[in-house]
Design a protein around this ligand. Structure first.
Ligand code: SAH
Length: 352
């Protein structure tokens, strides 16, 4: 039997036997519009609720919820019912809307040394339903503050484009059933070229964010190891192709690492890449967040703003991102779901 959020309308119809067809509609609305559990959907007869509860269990078990930023950042730690792996989801409240950051894999195989998920390694792909359930459960929590979830970022644990098929099916449900427009969905990638191509062939114009972090192969090979397979020139070609088809601005993520990728030379190389795209890529800067397995620190505020200024002078649009939830390990790159991480024994400076 399928999990609650992996089940299709047909799966429900089959389980409900000779119930009238509108029962599935009531169920579907309860699940995806009101974020209810089957047991709470009181328009359904009691025996139907009981059947559904028995046959379609939720797929995530809540382990803990941590709160930071005076309640504005909420991190959920879940255990996958199927297999028991831990994953995390982050809900961020802003003045008039909320954003949910979802995981797409339990762990990650990309092995970026500065990312806690990468340090912990890979367990398995998430199913579409496990991705959707994160949105539903975060939206339910957000509704307690009368806040609607308006944006979804696929920036939690895992590499979305290494699990493109499931991510896409989750996108379709989030878009079609929960009703969040494609323009408010952002998929972030280390730069898996076949995944970018697959995404370009999909029919909704979701936003693409590329975790660039270095604009020369020598450095990117080290920071984002998949660069050895998909080097910058090829990645840029895939970005250009994506732009041609989707006509949506691409963003580049840049985690600023003190003395590593925050120098004037880096800004110039990055600007050159960003301007290769038409329209030019939008750069998001964020000081590197601390993780247990990476010795080098994030750039200072002064260095971040100097870098941003230099990019602007070079004609590139740039946003400096605020860190959220650093104290509860909910910030970018800190999601390890309590798993042990591999310690780097040598400092980065010694390895280059
Ligand atoms: N695997 C995808 C999705 C994860 S998104 C990707 O890499 O894009 C998480 C973002 O946070 C990525 O841009 C990632 O490079 C960045 N990140 C990872 N570790 C970080 C850290 N310690 N500090 C700041 N950003 C980090």
């Amino acid at each position: 039997m399928a999990g609650l959020y992996d089940a299709s309308r047909d799966d429900f119809a089959a389980a409900l036997g000779n119930q009238p067809a509108f029962r599935v509609k009531q169920l579907w609305e309860g699940l995806y519009q009101h974020f209810q559990q089957p047991s709470e959907i009181l328009t359904l007869p009691k025996d139907v609720r009981e059947t559904l509860t028995r046959e379609f269990p939720p797929q995530l078990e809540e382990t803990s919820v941590s709160v930071s930023d005076r309640g504005d950042t909420v991190k959920f730690l879940w255990r996958l019912i199927d297999g028991g792996h831990p994953i995390e989801t982050v809900l961020m409240h802003y003045r008039d809307r909320a954003t949910v950051c979802v995981s797409t894999q339990a762990g990650c195989a990309m092995a970026c040394g500065f990312c806690a998920t990468g340090q912990a390694g890979f367990n398995r792909h998430l199913t579409p339903g496990e991705i959707v359930e994160q949105v539903v459960r975060a939206a339910r929590r957000s509704a307690e503050r009368n806040q609607r979830v308006a944006n979804i970022v696929f920036m939690g644990m895992g590499e979305p484009l290494a699990n493109e098929e499931s991510v896409w099916r989750a996108v379709e449900r989030i878009h079609g059933d929960i009703g969040i427009s494609a323009r408010h969905l952002t998929i972030s990638t280390v730069g898996i070229i076949p995944g970018i191509k697959a995404l370009a062939a999909r029919d909704l114009p979701v936003n693409l964010a590329v975790s660039m972090h270095a604009a020369r192969n020598e450095l990117r090979d080290e920071l984002v190891p998949i660069n050895r397979r998909y080097p910058i020139e090829d990645l840029m070609q895939a970005c250009r192709d994506y732009l041609t088809v989707k006509n949506r601005r691409i963003s580049f993520e840049w985690a600023m690492i003190a003395g590593v990728n925050d120098q004037p030379r880096d800004a110039e190389e990055l600007a050159r890449l960003a301007r290769q795209l038409r329209p030019s890529a939008h750069v998001n800067l964020i000081p590197l967040n601390p993780t247990p397995g990476w010795p080098t620190k994030g750039s200072s505020k002064t260095a971040v703003y100097a870098f941003a200024k230099r990019l602007e002078e070079l004609g590139v649009n740039v946003t400096v991102r605020q860190n959220r939830g650093t104290d509860i390990d909910a910030a970018c790159g800190q999601l390890a779901a309590g798993q042990p991480v591999l310690m780097k024994t040598r400092s980065r400076a010694e390895t280059i």
